[in-house]
Design a protein around this ligand. Structure first.
Ligand code: HEM
Length: 159
């Protein structure tokens, strides 16, 4: 990611930060409009979730110029998402909701150039998360395959 992309994204995010609550509301409303089946994955009360999402985006956007430092945190976030039943294809829906939110929040300042810069940032984050999520699932499946069968299951099978 080049310095210009990073600077563009960081400057635009500073403009969204003061309206973080509104932006988070817009984001989740749009997300569940795009795919209502995602609603049940989240708690009924989204207050905490909204804060966490904006905090994480803040860390990610500020950390863009030293991406290597934030990769482990993004990987850990991806592994936790396996536990939330998130599938790789869900990332495209979240991307669409995020871009739409930025467009609403920034208006004409959300130029095609800025949109391309955000797409690049989201692609880096989501690719890192999905890869870590896949690794976590593969590790679990390999461990399950290697684990000795439970005695009770064996007894049942022998009847
Ligand atoms: C770049 C993409 C994403 C970022 C930065 C992100 C960020 C976060 C953060 C910070 C949390 C708080 C919990 C934690 O830290 O483990 C979280 C939870 C969660 N995320 Fe994401 N997320 C992303 C993509 C997605 C996608 C694609 C989905 C699928 C719909 C999703 C669904 C969820 C769910 C269901 C929870 C748990 C809610 C709960 O039970 O409290 N996220 N996410």
């Amino acid at each position: 990611m080049d310095a210009e992309t990073i600077a563009l994204v960081q400057a635009s995010f500073e403009k969204v930060a003061p309206i973080a609550d509104v932006a988070a509301d817009l984001f989740y409303t749009r997300l569940f409009e795009l795919d209502p089946s995602l609603r049940s994955m989240f708690p009924a009360d989204l207050t905490e979730q909204k804060k966490k999402l904006m905090q994480m985006l803040t860390v990610a956007v500020r950390g863009l110029s030293r991406l290597d430092d934030i990769v482990p945190a993004v990987q850990a976030l991806g592994r936790r998402h396996a536990g939330y039943h998130v599938k790789p294809e869900h990332y495209a829906t979240v991307a669409a909701a995020l871009l739409w939110t930025l467009e609403q929040g920034l208006g004409p300042a959300f130029t095609p150039e800025l949109k391309a810069a955000w797409v690049e940032v989201y692609t880096v984050l989501s690719t890192t998360m999905i890869a870590a999520q896949r690794d976590a699932q593969t590790t679990t499946w390999v461990a399950m395959a290697k684990a000795p069968a439970q005695p009770r299951a064996l007894a049942a099978a022998g009847d």
